[in-house]
Design a protein around this ligand. Structure first.
Ligand code: 13P
Length: 273
């Protein structure tokens, strides 16, 4: 894809998200978010959106703190059920999350696909449930080590994207976030190179274009996730099709996460695809 002038398309605002996974109880969450709030300066978030995705049991605590102390981070969740209510023991509905002020919901994280048998069909239904409640889905896609070795990365990404996005209105696709998280990079300390991350994110953008049109492709925000840390964040964010970062381990502690947020501030007009 030939880069066009940065003036030709509106800039995509970076989104840095902290996925805490199954870490931090509500007391630890309180300390971590308060610490983040004390450290965050207005210039840190002037050009970057930040979301925090704690476990379900922490959400109410974090919501109260963020609202009470006006901490400028968005509340995120890691998953939800695709139904609004019903006999689904152990599950949390999108309606409950929306009532709590949750803005972003991870959908189809590879750990859910792998450990909880979340199928492409269920990912698609969950994505629609999140949209139905006017929250923003962060659709997670990415290839395994074996798929990468077999040069099946693009085939995997396009099948995950097709299954999730088929039939969505272009405006719905435009407003969502896609996270490219290669499974082999998650929690391994082996992040993708910025070159490989860009390659995959550009491919994702082109695929969104095929499925939902050019405007949606230009608007959709694409994050990279997998062993992001304060050292590699700026290089990844310098790539034109990397619009944000989905951070696991390095988001658990406020100081390190803030370094990643700061490294994600746009430094110069970025070339856009
Ligand atoms: P790590 O940053 O710990 O590799 O986790 C990435 C991830 O899965 C975020 O959703």
């Amino acid at each position: 894809m030939t880069p066009t002038s940065p003036d030709a398309v509106p800039a995509r605002r970076p989104l840095v998200s902290g996925n805490w996974k199954m870490h931090h109880d509500h007391i630890e969450a309180l300390h971590t978010v308060r610490d983040l709030g004390l450290r965050l300066k207005p210039e840190d978030i002037a050009q970057v959106d930040v979301s925090i995705h704690p476990p379900f049991t922490d959400l109410r605590t974090v919501q109260t703190l963020v609202e009470g102390e006006a901490i400028p981070v968005a509340l995120g969740a890691q998953h939800c059920n695709d139904h609004d209510r019903g006999a689904y023991t152990g599950e949390v509905s999108p309606q409950m999350l929306a009532r709590l002020g949750v803005r972003y919901v991870l959908v189809g994280h590879s750990e859910r696909r792998q450990h909880f048998a979340m199928s492409d069909d269920l990912v698609a239904a969950t994505l629609r449930a999140v949209l139905r409640h006017e929250m923003v889905p962060i659709l997670c896609v990415g290839e395994t080590e074996e798929e990468r070795a077999a040069a099946h990365t693009e085939a995997r990404l396009s099948s995950q994207l097709e299954a999730a996005l088929r039939g969505l209105a272009p405006s719905q696709a435009a407003g969502m976030v896609v996270a490219y998280e290669p499974v082999w990079a998650i929690g391994t300390g082996k992040a993708a190179t910025s070159f490989d991350a860009e390659d995959a994110c550009l491919f994702i953008r082109e695929t969104v274009g095929t499925l939902a049109g050019r405007e949606a492709a230009q608007s959709v925000r694409i994050q990279y996730g997998g062993s992001v840390n304060p050292e590699n964040a700026a290089d990844l964010m310098a790539e034109p099709d990397v619009d944000g970062l989905l951070v696991g381990g390095a988001s658990l502690e406020a100081a390190g996460f803030l370094e990643i947020v700061r490294a994600s501030r746009p430094v110069a007009p970025r070339g856009r695809s």
